[in-house]
Write a protein that binds this ligand. Structure first.
Ligand code: UDP
Length: 326
């Protein structure tokens, strides 16, 4: 079965491509390489360096490849603070590209769409763990753009008798066993890569953004999910949708919260390395706790995360060590 993966040169798209190919799928990757890396694209995938907003080129791909059964859409802009300064760019890249994709799918009668969404659609949650039915109230243009895309996808599916599976990600981290694919950029903002970067560079001190939140140790609590567990959830969701001719929305997390300080301490323990840190001011816009309820995905898709925080940390370390040597 042939699957078109957008953003297959990026972090989650490349990991999902690896899992798909492992399971015998044929994969066509479309990526404009604005953030992705060609070296992340699985060697067995067919790769097109194309921007999704280039409608004609996208049509040519569907035409040439024929028999695309489903689209898994990972390409998009994901940096929250940047979205505050560039809302037009975020809507253009995260919503308009979905419109073009869906339009093209209509032309070629492709009826299954799997979409990367985010816990940012919930904004600052009133209660934790967060369920899929909780209020959707994003607090930044990134979350707004992902929610807008979700609404567009729902409307499309209804009008065109098609199906979607939308996954709302919590904190994704780690890399797969080969240790060669991942986020290779130097600008690190997410907690696990920042901790690993400080572990690899003893001259660096990582910042802990706030220790006065109403949590057990004062630092924020997040729900970490290994990227391979996430990739597998996508494939199970894809197969479920095709088999049952159904649509759905799922949180993907682990239902387990770790504080920033716990992540740091786990890294010191897992890697047996001293990591320098200091407490600094809170980062604007950080909710104290973000925790997924995964009851729905466990029940409907029979999916549960298999990997621990220790595995997330060790795999990320393995990858960053290789990458920083290049
Ligand atoms: N964080 C931190 N230091 C860093 C990066 C992140 O203390 O260098 C904290 C951040 O304030 C938040 C948590 O780690 O409480 C997770 O942040 P991240 O950016 O990884 O993901 P988010 O939950 O914002 O999507």
């Amino acid at each position: 079965m042939k699957i078109l993966v957008t953003g297959g040169a990026g972090y989650i798209g490349s990991h999902t491509t690896y899992e798909l190919i492992d399971k015998g799928y044929e994969v066509v990757v479309v990526d404009n390489l604005s953030k992705g890396f060609k070296s992340n694209v699985h060697p067995a995938a067919t790769f097109y360096e194309v921007d999704l907003r280039d409608e004609k080129s996208l049509e040519n791909i569907f035409e040439k490849e024929k028999n695309i059964k489903a689209v898994m859409h990972f390409a998009g802009s994901i940096v929250v603070p940047e979205s505050v300064f560039k809302p037009l760019e975020y809507f253009n890249n995260n919503v308009y590209s979905v419109e073009i994709l869906l339009k093209t799918m209509n032309k070629f009668n492709v009826k299954t769409f799997v979409f990367s969404s985010t816990a940012a659609v919930y904004g600052e949650p009133k209660t934790n763990p967060i369920t899929e039915n909780d209020e959707l109230k994003p607090i930044n243009p990134y979350g707004d753009s992902k929610l807008s895309a979700e609404l567009l996808i729902k409307g499309w599916a209804k009008a065109h008798k098609a199906n979607y599976v939308i996954f709302r990600y919590f904190n994704v981290a780690g890399t797969n066993k080969n240790g060669k694919i991942g986020i290779k950029g130097e600008v690190l903002t997410h907690l696990v890569p920042v901790v690993i970067d400080a572990a690899l560079n003893p001259e660096k001190t990582m910042n802990i953004f706030g220790d006065n939140y109403k949590t057990k140790d004062g630092s924020c609590i997040r729900d970490f999910i290994h990227v391979v567990d996430l990739a597998i959830a996508h494939i199970i969701g894809l197969e479920w949708s095709i088999k049952n001719n159904k649509s759905n929305i799922f949180n993907v997390g682990s239902s387990t919260g770790y504080s920033v300080l716990e992540v740091l301490n786990q890294a010191k323990k897992s890697l047996n390395i001293e990591i320098k840190s200091k407490i600094v001011d809170r980062r604007p816009g950080d909710p104290a706790i973000l925790l997924a309820s995964t009851a729905k995905i466990e029940k409907e898709l029979n999916w549960k995360p298999q990997k621990t925080l220790d595995e997330i940390i060790k795999s990320e370390f393995n990858f960053r060590k290789n990458w920083s040597n290049k």
